[in-house]
Design a protein around this ligand. Structure first.
Ligand SMILES: *[C@@H]1O[C@H](CO)[C@@H](O)[C@H](O)[C@H]1NC(C)=O
Ligand SMILES: *[C@@H]1O[C@H](CO)[C@@H](O)[C@H](O)[C@H]1NC(C)=O
Ligand SMILES: *[C@@H]1O[C@H](CO)[C@@H](O)[C@H](O)[C@H]1NC(C)=O
Ligand SMILES: *[C@@H]1O[C@H](CO)[C@@H](O)[C@H](O)[C@H]1NC(C)=O
Ligand SMILES: *[C@@H]1O[C@H](CO)[C@@H](O)[C@H](O)[C@H]1NC(C)=O
Ligand SMILES: *[C@@H]1O[C@H](CO)[C@@H](O)[C@H](O)[C@H]1NC(C)=O
Ligand SMILES: *[C@@H]1O[C@H](CO)[C@@H](O)[C@H](O)[C@H]1NC(C)=O
Length: 576
């Protein structure tokens, strides 16, 4: 999300061409695979192997039919006796393609964690190459007209205009209706996190293992926590990283987002990240830019496209840069400085996406459904909501008082106000806290947790994560007694946004030997936000916490950082 990383744009000049080429080079096509309840591997994506696993669409009713889960693995490279099974990945969204993710990051993660594991990406049910693929639109053109390739119509600043909340509410009603009327095959209500957790167990069992090994970032933390709460005795190794507190993920009207979950508020304004002169001055400069652009947006025309840099655009630019500050703050600072001089081109091009073109000859089945999957999963997971415009306005006002980036959560709640497809029997969490049970508060969703998982979770949070504040990691540690908190002392969203060789060392030990870091371990990031201009790069790894696996960790860290950037760039170009 936002966790919506599907919409994440990054400030970096990135060569996307090579990675796109690599994907295009292969003759492999998902629609030529036959789904099976066993894993049958076909070579794909230069060096990876792919399989379509059949699972029940509805785990409580075989008659509902099946879903197919698209799975890709970066295969283990070791002797049979050394083999340690699959590690499943999820890189968030919800709605992100785990197949695309492992294509980019598989080799780097194998370098970091060890070659005894299959590094496995899967498209969660409903997503991308998994079928049925969630879709509310009949054609690519219809989709592009409702969800343009830039994020600003879909995620506007909710106070850009007086009626922004009301407009978004009205759009949400339409989207909710489309989902109902185009739910051919009656499948959308089954595209939920609890079912994907069940699928993870099926995938692991199909590999011949009983306990799940998993590393999920961002929304992937919701999936990991849900799995651990549903199947506490099937926890092999679970890393949740960039952690959403579960009561925030499934808010109910009586239980709004917690203040603490907005603890990163004003971090985006915390100008230490934006370098000298003084933090107060930088904050004032930024406020002045926001005030100016609200009065006068700036039109931009480039050789590729054209658009308006307005208040929403600026808000989203700053917010997106907070995801991966080590790769984006230098460019953001330049963009803001140029804007202050009246030139919006730098900011605009950093988020530029090519205009929509209908690829009418494409033989590839529709799969770029990031937004539709995001809506289906996050709204399907939520308690039934029927917020009115005035309730949403009151809600937005309440969170705005807490966070200057409240729009993100606000938009998310608004979009679900039109959602109608809920399953009665979705997993509602296990209330194990005797206090809550005694208060008869068990009708509330959650809390998500388990008194006793078969292996402790490794919970990872950054000190200044703009999307998943550290409070989420802390409450998750409380919800899973025995689990351990590791903090990366850095801004950025998840460990992917704040690369840390120190963390990778602990990650490797956790997967390989089941060794947990000491409780409340703090790791430093490798990068610097504003390197001296002479060095001109933020790429240099300055590893800390060195150990015997130093060469692998440094190499893996270096390539993973590039891979994450490519992965984000691909999403950017294919956004929606
Ligand atoms: C697999 O391991 C062998 C021996 O360590 C190595 O020579 C080879 O390059 C590895 N293959 C891959 C694809 O990493
Ligand atoms: C605005 O900035 C861009 C670089 O992002 C530069 O190419 C262009 O010349 C600038 N325009 C003006 C009018 O300074
Ligand atoms: C689509 O196919 C037609 C006929 O084969 C061809 O003329 C046209 O250039 C193709 N368009 C694209 C965008 O590939
Ligand atoms: C919009 O909300 C932001 C964040 O809460 C606030 O800083 C800004 O002043 C608001 N703008 C307007 C026009 O109300
Ligand atoms: C907790 O785990 C222990 C050891 O695995 C087991 O004996 C016990 O039954 C578990 N308790 C619960 C409540 O699951
Ligand atoms: C795992 O434990 C073995 C034996 O103690 C040790 O040799 C190895 O280096 C450890 N590996 C990791 C990654 O901790
Ligand atoms: C920048 O370069 C100098 C000279 O090569 C080097 O001593 C210094 O450590 C570098 N700084 C960083 C942050 O990489």
């Amino acid at each position: 999300m936002v966790l919506f990383t599907g919409y994440m744009k990054i400030f970096a000049v990135i060569a996307v061409v090579s990675s796109l080429q690599a994907l295009a080079d292969t003759d492999f096509q998902w629609n030529k695979l036959e789904a099976s309840d066993k894993l049958v591997w076909t070579p794909c994506y230069s060096g990876l192997q792919c399989s379509l696993l059949q699972v029940p669409l509805d785990y409580s009713s075989a008659s509902a039919g099946t879903a197919s889960i698209a799975i890709a693995r970066y295969p283990a490279n070791c002797t049979k006796s050394a083999y340690r099974g699959p590690i499943l990945l999820n890189d968030g969204g919800p709605g992100g393609s785990g197949v695309d993710y492992v294509v980019e990051v598989g080799a780097s993660i194998a370098t970091i964690i060890g070659e005894q594991f299959d590094i496995v990406g899967f498209d969660p049910r409903g997503v991308s190459y998994s079928t049925p693929t969630v879709s509310f639109f009949r054609t690519a053109a219809e989709r592009a007209l409702w969800i343009p390739p830039t994020s600003d119509i879909v995620f506007p600043a909710l106070n850009q205009t007086a009626d922004a909340v009301a407009q978004q509410w009205a759009r949400a009603q339409i989207l909710g209706q489309l989902a109902v009327s185009r739910n051919d095959g009656n499948y959308i209500q089954h595209i939920t996190t609890d079912n994907t957790a069940r699928d993870m167990l099926r995938i692991t069992q199909a590999f011949g293992f009983e306990k799940v090994q998993y590393w999920g970032v961002s929304y992937g933390s919701v999936l990991g926590s849900t799995f651990a709460a549903m199947f506490p005795d099937k926890v092999g190794r679970i890393v949740v990283d960039g952690v959403m507190p579960m009561d925030t993920w499934r808010p109910t009207p009586t239980k709004p987002y917690k203040r603490s979950s907005m603890a990163a508020r004003r971090r985006d304004r915390r100008p230490v990240h934006l370098a000298p002169p003084s933090s107060i001055e930088v904050a004032a400069n930024l406020d002045a830019l926001f005030a100016a652009i609200e009065i006068q947006p700036v039109p931009v025309i480039t050789p590729v496209s054209y658009g308006v840099v307005d208040y929403t655009f600026l808000r989203n630019s700053v917010f997106h840069a907070l995801y991966s500050p080590y790769d984006s703050f230098v460019a953001l600072a330049q963009g803001l400085a140029d804007l202050a001089k009246g030139n919006a081109t730098t900011l605009y091009t950093a988020e530029e996406v090519p205009p929509f073109e209908c690829n009418c000859n494409s033989t590839t089945p529709f799969h770029e459904n990031g937004y539709e999957a995001l809506v289906a999963i996050s709204c399907g997971d939520m308690a039934v909501e029927s917020d009115t415009v005035s309730q949403l306005q009151a809600y937005y006002a309440s969170i705005q008082a807490i966070s200057s980036i409240a729009d993100m959560y606000g938009n998310w709640r608004v979009v679900c106000s039109g959602w109608k497809l809920h399953r009665e029997d979705s997993f509602k969490g296990i209330t194990f806290t005797p206090f809550l049970a005694s208060c008869k508060l068990t009708h509330l969703l959650g809390p998500f947790g388990a008194p006793n998982t078969s292996f402790p979770l490794l919970v990872v949070g950054n000190t200044a994560d703009p999307v998943t504040p550290i409070a989420g990691a802390k409450s998750t540690v409380d919800a899973f007694p025995g689990s351990v908190l590791l903090t990366i002392d850095a801004p950025g969203h998840t460990s992917l946004g704040a690369p840390s060789t120190c963390f990778y060392g602990y990650l490797r030990q956790y997967f390989q030997n089941g060794t947990l870091p000491p409780q409340s371990t703090i790791c430093q990031p490798d990068g610097v936000l504003f390197p001296p201009p002479a060095n001109g790069t933020t790429e240099d790894v300055a590893p800390r916490g060195l150990n015997a696996w130093e060469p692998e960790l440094i190499e893996g860290s270096r390539t993973l950082r590039k891979a994450v950037r490519r992965s984000m760039a691909r999403r950017l170009n294919h956004a929606v």
